[in-house]
Design a protein around this ligand. Structure first.
Ligand SMILES: Cc1cc2nc3c(=O)[nH]c(=O)nc-3n(C[C@H](O)[C@H](O)[C@H](O)COP(=O)(O)O)c2cc1C
Length: 387
């Protein structure tokens, strides 16, 4: 077993152990992948101020996200098809998050269903929904999430239409995989993945198949997805969905100050500054470049969370120092899951926690809640004048 010290180590194992179509599904962005690349490379432009002769004893990364206690302000982001990276992937990731004391967010497009995750965990998790047209289906999803004791809903606002990822088209991505010759040849090299998949019955979209009208089997799912998303979405509809749920709401996919103000006006409990990990509008600015101006505009009206591009605890610390009250990791935990299942997600969280904790100390702080922009050296034009 190789010694794992970084998320990059987990990513290498993920690539080795998971079928190409699912690894590529994770490790890709839309079109030219400029935004996907810059989400991570822009973090490198920010540096830390080294401080010395400060008390580093009794440190804590404990904090709160939307009033809920977290061991560190790092949640697992909603990731579709997680149960294809590794058998029962959502259950394994949720268990790792629960043991660590951080929130797990289940995607509507998960393989394991809301009920599967609830039955296999003991603490409330968060549930992510898209803005779909079918009110009956949305209401049933909310009811199921309530019955499963989900403590917040994440509404994703940056995916009415799907960004194009070239690799998914070239790989013919499906869940479960179709048995074409290239797929078979690739699967033949992924024995452990295949054996574990054979042992689970969870291989289809568990929240949709058998629940959405006219989707009784996986083959009818593609036509349902094409029809289901509400291309005419507007803020009134967002307010309507928030009312239908009636509990804590996090609005995800905000990358613009005007949109952040609108989301704050609706009374969301939090917003997530996010460009969907560079999977939607290629050519958009990286999330980290947009964070500070959004915090300046709405930070005293609504809790601001952040995702896209986090690959280390140092990245988490930079986002917190720029004003985020919470962060999410997507690919970083999926790399862990694809590498080593539940233990891999735990490893990803351990790596991030250790990097966060030590960097906080080197910067002269003992409590994550006291960290602010003073710990950073940010290039003058970082947020930029992009008129
Ligand atoms: C493979 C994959 C699938 C995703 N599926 C969803 C999804 O179903 N719903 C959603 O709101 N976001 C989805 N996202 C976006 C993540 O929630 C998150 O915004 C993104 O991964 C953050 O960027 P990072 O991967 O660089 O951390 C997905 C991301 C990836 C990588």
């Amino acid at each position: 077993m190789p010694v794992i010290t970084t998320i990059a180590d987990l990513k290498r194992l993920h690539k080795r152990r998971t079928p190409k179509m699912f690894y590529d599904y994770c490790e890709s962005g839309s079109w030219s992948e400029q935004t996907f690349r810059e989400n991570t490379s822009d973090f490198d432009k920010i540096r830390f101020r080294q401080r010395i002769a400060v008390d580093m004893t009794n440190r804590t990364t404990a904090s709160q996200m939307i009033g809920q206690d977290v061991a560190m302000p790092v949640a697992l982001a909603p990731v579709g098809l997680t149960g294809m990276q590794c058998a029962d992937g959502e259950i394994k990731a949720a268990k790792a998050a629960e043991k660590f004391g951080v929130p797990f967010t289940l995607s509507t497009m998960s393989i394991c269903s809301i009920e599967d995750v609830a039955e296999n965990t003991t603490k409330p998790f968060w549930f992510q929904v898209y803005t779909l047209k079918d009110d009956d289906f949305m209401q049933r999803l909310f009811d199921r999430a309530k019955a499963a004791k989900c403590s917040a809903i994440v509404i994703t606002l940056d995916l009415q239409i799907l960004g194009q990822r070239h690799k998914d088209l070239k790989n013919g991505l499906t869940a479960p995989p179709k048995f074409t010759i290239p797929t078979m040849l690739n699967l033949a090299t992924k024995w452990t993945w295949g054996l574990q998949m054979l042992q689970t019955k969870r291989r289809f979209f568990g929240n949709i198949v058998g629940h959405a009208k006219e989707v009784s089997d996986p083959s009818s799912l593609a036509s349902w997805s094409a029809e289901a998303f509400d291309h005419s979405l507007n803020w009134d509809r967002v307010a309507q969905l928030m009312k239908m749920w009636g509990g804590p709401v996090i609005l995800k996919g905000i990358l613009d100050v005007d949109d952040a103000k609108k989301a704050a006006e609706l009374g969301a409990d939090a917003i997530i500054v996010s460009n969907h990990g560079g999977r939607q509008l290629d050519g958009a600015l990286s999330s980290i470049r947009m964070l500070e101006q959004i915090v300046d505009a709405v930070g005293d009206l609504v809790e601001v969370h952040f995702d896209s591009g986090i690959r280390s605890g140092q990245d988490v610390l930079k986002a917190l120092a720029l004003g985020a009250k919470g962060t999410y990791i997507g690919r970083a935990f999926v790399n862990g899951l694809g590498a080593m299942g539940e233990a891999g997600v735990t490893k990803a969280l351990d790596v991030i926690h250790s990097e966060l904790d030590l960097t906080m100390a080197f910067c002269g702080h003992r409590d994550i809640k006291s960290v602010d922009k003073n710990i950073l050296l940010v290039p003058e034009d970082f947020s930029g004048r992009w008129a």
